[in-house]
Ligand binder design. Structure first.
Ligand code: 13P
Length: 248
């Protein structure tokens, strides 16, 4: 049985005050949550969140990393630094980084490797644009995104990777993939992995992301191959986020 994982991606939304309120709000409702819960904070707030979640079951993640360990990379943050603040997870290959910052499949694969090499669990994002979906390219796009990573790190590494299927057209739009649409792609991803190693495929968590909220989380997470959610907007509201966390 794969456990349910609910991860919040706060994106570039935070202040010292809002982080305090949000984390304390989530902490106060964790009593009846059995899902694994991760919050992915912007870099400057990792330390603050680390302190707030000490001794709780909430895990900390970052939203990006640089490939290199240290050196002359002005403005960048390494896996080692992320770990230094108690984070265990890092989002890699989010569609916003692919589209706004030019991250290619190979760059994403290299970041997945850098995370794994430093014992960080990558929340590795894949997904098609609306244009690609309408052109019937969903499977080939996702196939290329996944295979580039498999080729670099090997299938066994997926025992330490969380995959997140985030159709770009569903992110921040309020248009969620239907459970049928999401399940179809999740099953496709699991089959892709199973073609390399069925044992690994059965253990790899595959989360859905894209306008998941307190209302639709239930029916999405109920699907056979949907193992939880990567939540944007709704992760900024403690009650909504907690309701999703309670689904698992
Ligand atoms: P929304 O939940 O705001 O659509 O964002 C999803 C997402 O991009 C999570 O990484």
């Amino acid at each position: 049985m794969r456990k349910t994982i609910v991860a919040g991606n706060w994106k570039m939304n935070a202040s010292k005050e809002s982080v305090n309120k949000l984390v304390l709000g989530i902490l106060s409702g964790m009593g009846n949550v059995s899902s694994e819960v991760v919050v992915c904070a912007p870099f400057p707030y990792l330390s603050q969140v680390e302190a707030l979640i000490t001794h709780s079951q909430i895990k900390l993640g970052a939203q990006n990393l640089n490939l290199n360990m240290s050196g002359a990379f002005t403005g960048e943050v390494s896996a080692k630094m992320i770990k230094d603040f108690g984070a265990q997870h890092v989002i890699v290959g989010h569609s916003e980084r692919r589209s706004l910052y030019g991250e290619t499949n190979i760059m994403v694969a290299e970041k997945v490797k850098a995370a794994l090499d430093n014992d960080l669990i990558p929340l590795f994002c894949v997904g098609e644009t609306l244009e690609q979906r309408e052109a019937g390219e969903t499977e080939s796009v996702v196939d290329a995104q996944i295979n580039t990573v498999v080729e670099l790190v090997g299938i066994e590494a997926f025992l330490n990777i969380i995959v997140a299927y985030e159709p770009v057209w569903a992110i921040g739009t309020g248009v969620t993939a239907s459970p049928e649409q999401a399940q179809a792609v999740h099953a496709f991803i699991r089959q892709l992995l199973a073609n390399k190693d069925n044992g690994v495929a059965q253990q790899t968590p595959i989360l859905y992301g894209g306008s998941m909220n307190a209302t639709n989380a239930n029916e999405l997470i109920a699907c056979a191959d949907i193992d939880g959610g990567l939540i944007g907007g709704a992760s900024l509201k403690p009650e909504d986020f907690l309701q999703i966390c309670r689904v698992g």
